[in-house]
Design a protein around this ligand. Structure first.
Ligand code: AMP
Ligand code: ZN
Length: 132
């Protein structure tokens, strides 16, 4: 879709810190992370939200999310994850996306959101987790 920022990321018209890509989807770091390694997984095709997204693509995005959760655990030493999908008035960008928010046992999630200065530099995080 013409003015969609996530479609522009798929086409390479807007830069992203990509960590995964296949025929159906891609994953990159959130530009305004809530935790270190906060990742978005999107379908390459434009679907506005979870209701528009075909179930087979949703399943694929869940499969990729599980694979990335494992990889992030190894690369970032996180102790858990929060998977999240916003919809309706909670959804800011109207191109479906799954959030993976790695969690760290020594840092409470709420503290992370309130004290963003605790986060690592995203360039450093990207170096740690991007595909070899
Ligand atoms: P949501 O409220 O679920 O629609 O969240 C949209 C997310 O997209 C937010 O966490 C934003 O920080 C993130 N975001 C917006 N623009 C970009 C961008 N250009 N690259 C990466 N993440 C983005
Ligand atoms: Zn789009």
């Amino acid at each position: 879709m013409k003015d969609c920022i996530f479609c522009k990321i798929v086409k390479g018209e807007i830069p992203s810190k990509k960590i995964y890509e296949d025929d159906l989807c891609m994953a990159y770091l959130d530009i305004n992370p809530d935790t270190d390694g906060h990742t978005l997984i999107i379908p390459k095709e434009h679907y506005e939200d979870i209701y528009e997204l075909p179930n087979d693509v949703l399943k694929h995005i869940f499969d990729v999310s599980k694979k990335l959760m494992n990889e992030l655990k190894d690369k970032l030493n996180c102790t858990g994850h929060t998977l999240m999908i916003n919809y309706g008035s909670s959804q800011e960008v109207k191109h479906f996306h799954m959030h993976i928010k790695p969690q760290y046992k020594d840092k409470k999630f709420v503290e992370f959101i309130k004290h963003k200065e605790l986060l690592k530099d995203t360039n450093k995080v990207h170096e740690m987790i991007k595909e070899d």
